[in-house]
Design a binder for this molecule. Structure first.
Ligand SMILES: [Zn+2]
Length: 97
């Protein structure tokens, strides 16, 4: 994500990059917000979650925030694996994995 690109809403060039996006924070820890996919969404228990953190590109003038997945290729791979698994699975065999 380029820092050079101006804000698409207000045109400001004062942009904060790679701002962590968290759901909660205290003095010693924070909980990241993630983009989530499952490699085995049909499985009853072992759904094999794949989670990648979100970061924000924030305009310091107007506050517009764009969200970015840190590893979009990894997320896309998990989605493709889920689609492939759904095509290969027979009903009832998910518990054998
Ligand atoms: Zn702006």
């Amino acid at each position: 994500m380029s820092m050079d690109r101006p804000c698409p809403k207000c045109g400001s060039t004062e942009i904060l990059g790679d701002v962590p996006v968290v759901s909660s924070v205290d003095r010693i820890s924070s909980t990241p917000v993630v983009a989530l996919a499952y490699r085995r969404p049909e499985a009853r228990i072992f759904k094999e979650p794949v989670a990648h953190r979100l970061t924000a590109r924030v305009c310091a003038a107007c506050g517009l925030a764009e969200l970015y997945v840190e590893d979009p290729k990894g997320l896309a791979l998990a989605v493709k694996e889920a689609a492939a698994a759904a095509g290969a699975d027979r009903p009832g065999d998910e518990d054998l994995r």
